[in-house]
Design a protein. Structure first.
Length: 358
């Protein structure tokens, strides 16, 4: 009997809520309409953005040495030891660190100070100059600046830091305004790594489609260059050092070789002990110089193979293309979201007001 009464009360409460909402349908519709109008205004005033992207697949470094196969045996016959190259696998720059490279200040400064072409404005300029001097805030931007941004404006009025990069200085000196531009520009660049496939996704968002594609291509090139430079720096320096030593040993060997030839010709018909001792001495110098030259020749080949093995290869799975449609704003979605928020707000407000006045 009690359960029947309880169910009956629940039905009455539910009917009361439905009746309350039905009676306030005009109010709810009006508030939802106001929110929809605000959503339309924001959607129209939001700046248009275009997104360009590319996908890279870095070569796996884990199986490079075993894949040499017969080359290792042939290199061993030539006196080249490839087993020492396994130690170079330690300290590899993993793809998970690529976002840190892209977001580093030297990397960003090189990108933001590079000249690009804005197709819509028919203008050649740098992203930094464009965002600082050319692009004007939208009406929505002005509203945000002089509402939510008032504390920052007040701080800026009492803290003027007009700083420029000092010449011949190892430090960066950037003004507060310029730093805000750099930070905002960083948010336009996204780099993601899929740990399962190893694919690197680079995305760039800009107000101009051609500019977005240019910056995405530059980042693609800079990432590959930075990774290659990082992974081959030690091997490259080692190769250059061995080549310098090899050239010096080669010159020394050729000089002693010429010296031996002249001594042999000069003492061809001479049987004196002094001449024979002198000739033996030169031959001994020749043997030492030849052994050094031969050993360095093997080291040069080994260093070349090591440099080639440590040079990573990037495969472009999806090249950069100029976007033909905007990525932002999603005007329909903005209006729909404002309508949903408006209807929820109006419904809750009407229910609470009705309960309090009851």
């Amino acid at each position: 009997m009690q359960n029947t009464t309880k169910n009956h009360d629940d039905e009455i409460d539910l009917l009361e809520i439905v009746n309350t909402l039905w009676n306030g349908r005009v109010f709810i519709a009006k508030i939802t309409g106001y929110f929809a109008i605000i959503g339309v205004i924001i959607a129209i005033l939001s700046p248009v953005e275009y997104e360009s992207s590319c996908k890279l697949l870095p070569e796996s470094q884990e199986t490079q040495i075993p894949n040499l196969g017969g080359l290792a045996g042939l290199a061993g016959l030539a006196g080249v030891d490839l087993s020492a190259m396994n130690s170079s696998a330690a300290g590899v720059l993993t793809p998970q660190l690529y976002p840190e490279i892209v977001r580093s200040l030297p990397f960003i400064l090189e990108v933001i100070n590079d000249t690009i072409y804005l197709e819509k404005k028919n203008l050649h300029t740098t992203p930094f100059h464009y965002f600082k001097e050319i692009q004007r805030p939208s009406a929505l931007g002005y509203v945000k600046k002089y509402t939510l941004g008032i504390p920052g404006l007040i701080r800026g009025a009492f803290n003027n830091e007009e700083l420029t990069t000092a010449n011949n200085s190892p430090f960066y000196r950037i003004s507060r305004e310029d730093w805000s531009i750099i930070e905002a520009f960083k948010e336009r660049i996204t780099i993601e790594n899929d740990p399962e496939t190893g694919i690197i996704l680079v995305e760039v968002e800009m107000p101009d489609p051609f500019a977005a594609a240019q910056i995405a291509k530059k980042i693609e090139i800079m990432i590959t260059d930075a990774v290659i430079s990082y992974k081959t720096d030690k091997a490259d320096k080692n190769l250059n050092f061995i080549l310098e030593t090899y050239d010096e040993a080669k010159r020394n060997f050729e000089n002693i070789q010429l010296k031996l030839a002249r001594a042999t010709d000069r003492n061809k018909n001479v049987t004196s002990a002094t001449a024979q001792i002198e000739l033996k001495k030169i031959e001994h110098e020749y043997d030492i110089a030849f052994d050094v030259f031969k050993g360095l020749s093997s080291q040069v080949e080994q260093a070349k193979i090591q440099l080639k093995e440590e040079t990573p290869v990037f495969t472009v799975l999806e090249p950069v293309r100029i976007p033909d449609s905007k990525s932002k704003p999603r005007r329909t979605l903005i209006v729909i979201l404002f309508c949903i928020v408006g209807s929820i707000f109006a419904t809750l407000y009407h229910l609470i007001r009705t309960i309090l006045l009851a």
